[in-house]
Design a protein around this ligand. Structure first.
Ligand SMILES: NC(=O)c1ccc[n+]([C@@H]2O[C@H](COP(=O)([O-])OP(=O)(O)OC[C@H]3O[C@@H](n4cnc5c(N)ncnc54)[C@H](OP(=O)(O)O)[C@@H]3O)[C@@H](O)[C@H]2O)c1
Length: 234
């Protein structure tokens, strides 16, 4: 039986690259997203697209129950995320709630639903947080706070679950060339060395999964060589 993974945000960017890598590594992947129209994962037979809104909690509970009926999940990757940037007074309640719920509430709920099974399987949880988790983030105060919260959750959960053989990893990419910045007035710099590619993050996940049982990677930061961002034209 193939090892089985639940992956959120599988429809684009970093999640799509992780989905491809997991299929190469012989995983059966249950990938969550709302819009898979641009998703190119190359193993359609073992990549199950679960289409819907992660913020619809009853729907999410139903999906996890359904997957768990047939599969022993040994890997959970909490990758779905959303970012709104700018002066904090210029955000609105809806955007703040969407970030807190997507970036922090959903990973906590999915972990709670799957943790017993992950303990039985001596499984792995990888939370895709961000370099913002460990620094001050003017013009991204709320986004950074959700990622700092996720990092705190990852650290505490590792201490709680390590004796059961569960690994918990907080993976913290810096600027990666994806659609995450669609709502921002900035994006990655022009030079190739100023941003990561989604595949770079997927390779870090592959590296984490290849470690020996007795070794736990607890957090990892990925940074481009150069620090450049580019203001979008008005
Ligand atoms: N790009 C960066 O520079 C960077 C840096 C550090 C950390 N990260 C983190 O990396 C993760 C992946 O982001 P990305 O850069 O790959 O951006 P992305 O291309 O915008 O991907 C975000 C993913 O999250 C999914 N998603 C968001 N809200 C959802 C919802 N309510 N229901 C279902 N799916 C939802 C999206 O699905 P749909 O589009 O189908 O709705 C999409 O698959 C995020 O957690 C982000 O914070 C990114």
């Amino acid at each position: 039986m193939k090892p089985c993974a639940v992956l959120t945000g599988a429809s684009s960017g970093i999640g799509e690259a992780i989905g491809n890598m997991l299929c190469e590594e012989n995983y059966e992947v249950y990938g969550f997203g709302r819009d898979f129209s641009d998703c190119r994962v190359e193993s359609p037979n073992f990549f199950h697209r679960i289409k819907g809104d992660l913020l619809d909690t009853p729907w999410l509970l139903e999906q996890v129950k359904r997957i768990q009926k047939d599969q022993k999940i040994s890997l959970l990757i909490n990758n779905a995320g959303v970012g709104y940037y700018g002066l904090h007074e210029e955000l609105n309640t809806k955007k703040i709630q969407e970030m807190v719920r997507t970036n922090l509430e959903v990973p906590m709920i999915l972990t709670q639903l799957l943790l017993r099974r992950l303990k039985q399987e001596k499984g792995t949880i990888i939370n895709i947080s961000s370099v913002t988790a460990q620094k001050e983030n003017p013009h991204g105060c709320a986004y950074g706070a959700t990622k700092a919260g996720l990092f705190s959750f990852s650290r505490s959960l590792f201490e709680e679950a390590r004796k059961y053989g569960v690994k918990v990893v907080d993976l913290q990419p810096d600027m990666t060339k994806t659609k995450l910045y669609r709502n921002a007035d900035f994006g990655e710099g022009k030079e190739e060395a100023s941003y990561l590619l989604p595949e770079d993050v997927a390779e870090a996940v592959r590296f984490i999964l290849q470690q020996k049982d007795r070794l736990a990677v607890t957090h990892m930061t990925l940074r481009p060589q150069l620090h450049r961002i580019q203001k979008k034209k008005e």
